[in-house]
Design a protein. Sequence first.
Length: 124
Amino acid sequence: MPAYDDSNIFARILRGEIPNDTVLETEHTLVFRDIRPQAPVHVLVIPKGAYVSYDDFAAHASEAEIVDFHRAIAKVTRELGVALEGGLGFRAITNAGPDGVQEVPHFHMHILGGRPMGRMVQPG
Ligand code: DGP
């Protein structure tokens, strides 16, 4: 696991050094709109803790952080109208490392919706 780089853009957002369009904030989790939206709904769900990737978070975060993260996804998908309770669904994507084409090395889950999302993975 690469060491967590404190200078990444999401760490700076969490420190309040860079503005963001927050949709939801909980004790351990922040949800904000992606700066380059690829769908009518495109938000990023991030833990406030310093985790590089999903596997880092899943292995090392506390149970409270893990539950809070997933409950935040449940809440925000409902609030944005894309949850299956009242909506047409969404896609959750997380990229990890070079093969996953992860740009920002702070774990984040993309939530995309508001239109049919097409094929899951383009042929390489
Ligand atoms: P990934 O490839 O999974 O690491 O995606 C990183 C996403 O982060 C990408 O969709 C664009 C978004 N992003 C990068 N910089 C910023 C920023 O400064 N603010 C916000 N809101 N999103 C950003």
